[in-house]
Design a protein around this ligand. Sequence first.
Ligand code: AMP
Ligand code: MG
Length: 487
Amino acid sequence: MKALDELDFDNRFARLGDAFSTSVLPEPIDQPRLVVASDAALALLDLDPTQAQTPLFCEVFSGHKLWAEADPRAMVYSGHQFGGYTPRLGDGRGLLLGEVRNDAGEHWDLHLKGAGQTPFSRMGDGRAVLRSSIREFLASEALHALGIPSSRAACVIGSSTPVWRERKESAAMVLRLAQSHVRFGSFEYLYYTKQPEQLKELGEYVLAQHYPHCLHQPEPWLAMFREIVERNAELIAKWQAYGFCHGVMNTDNMSILGITFDFGPYAFLDDFDQNFICNHSDHEGRYSFSNQVPIAQWNLSALAQALTPFISVEALRETISLFLPLYQAHYLDLMRRRLGLTSAEDDDAELIAQLLQLMQTGGVDYHLFFRRLGDAPAADALRTLRDDFIDLKGFDAWGERLLARIARQDDGSQAQRRERMHAVNPLYVLRNYLAQNAISAAEQGDYEEVRRLHRVLSDPFNEQPGMAEYAKRPPDWGKHLEISCSS
Ligand code: AMP
Ligand code: MG
C-alpha cells in the first residue's frame, strides 16, 4: 500500500500529443473537504485508504496541489448528442491528471471532474456541483458492486466555491478512475475533422494499450471493433436486467472499453416501466429504458462510420449485426438466473416477457420482486408477491407456469435456491430517493448519509444488520423525482 506521493505515473495518452489533448492546469476550489472516498477504488491505485484522511489528499483532488509527474490534459472529442452531430466537445470541465501504474501493472486514468475551464468549456463554467458529483460517485461504485462494468470513483471533494445552476449550489470535484477515457466521440472527432493520420494513431494506441490480443488477429481493427460490440452487448444486457437507465447515451459518453461511463441524470427503476425516461429534457424518450438497446446499436454504427478508413463497410455491417443476438443471449441468461432457473428452455424468453408485462401493468417494484422470489419456496413466495399485482388472473397463470418450469429442473434445496438467487438479486439498490436523501444532508454539510449509503451499496447482495431502511420500496414522494439535468 502506498502513500499519495508514492504513486507511479506513466502518462501514455498525454504522450500522444496535442492533436488528442491539450495541457490545462486545474483551477482549485475553496475550502476543500472530503465528502466521501471509496477504499476499493483507492486500492486500484495501491493507495492506503487512510490516505483519504490526510490534508494532502484533499488538496490534490481539489486542484490545489499536483504531482511533479502529473501531466493534466483536457481530451478532445466530438459526438452525436440526441442523434445530432456536435463537431467539437472535449473535456470542458474534467482533466486527465495522469495515468497511474499500479503494482499489478494496470494503468488507471485519474480524471478530475469539475476541475475548471478548458479550451473546450464553450459557455460552461468548468465546474461540477456537489449534487451531481455525489450521484456519479454513488452510481460508479454501486454498479461495480452489482458486477456491471463501470468507470470507478475514488472520492468526492466538496468546497465553498459557489456555482450557479437553477439555484446557487457549491462546486465539487469527483476523482474518476478508468483504464481509458477514450470515447466513441474521440474517433468521430478525428474522422470528421479529416485527420486520417491521427485517427490511425488513436486506433493503434487503443489497440496496443487496451486490445493487445487483437493484434494477433488477421484483421486487428476488425477484431477490436468486434470486441467493442461484444462488450457493449453484455453491458447493455446488464443494464436492462438490473433496471439501470443511463439517461444520456450520446456517443461522447460511450467508452471505448464498453463500460458504463459519464453519468447524467441516470436512474435505477423503482416500479418496472419499460418506457421510463430518467432524463426529463429527453422529450422524445430517445434514451428511455427500453430504447437503450437499439440506441447502443445506433451508437456502435456511429463508431463504425469513423472506422471506415480501416475496416470494410461490409465487415462493419456484419459485426454490428451481431449486437442484437449477443445482447439477447446475455439478457436471457441473466434473467433466467434472476428467476432462479438453472437450465434453458425455448419458452424462457416468453416467460420473462410475460412477467415484465404483468409488472408493467401492476407497477411492481422491479428489484424487490426477484429478491422476495428467492426468500421462500417458490409457491409460497408467489402467494406473497401476488398482492403487488393488478392482473391477478394473469399473475396466477404466470405463477403456475413458473412452478411447472421449476419442477422440470434440478432445483436443489430451498436453502440452495435462496443462496443462488440472492447472489444475483440485490437487496440494496441505488434508488433515486436514497441518493436524494444523502445529497440533501450533504448540501447541509452532513456527509454521514452519503458514506453510509455508499457502504450499503458496496455489498448489495448480502443482508446487512440495521440497514432494512435501505431495502424498502420508495415512499411516494421518492418515486417520480425529477432529477435536474444540470450538473
Ligand atoms: P456531459 O453532459 O457532462 O457529458 O457534458 C457534455 C459536454 O459539455 C462535455 O464536452 C462537457 O465537458 C461539457 N460540459 C458540461 N458541463 C460543463 C460545464 N459546467 N462547464 C464546461 N463544460 C461543460
Ligand atoms: Mg460527457
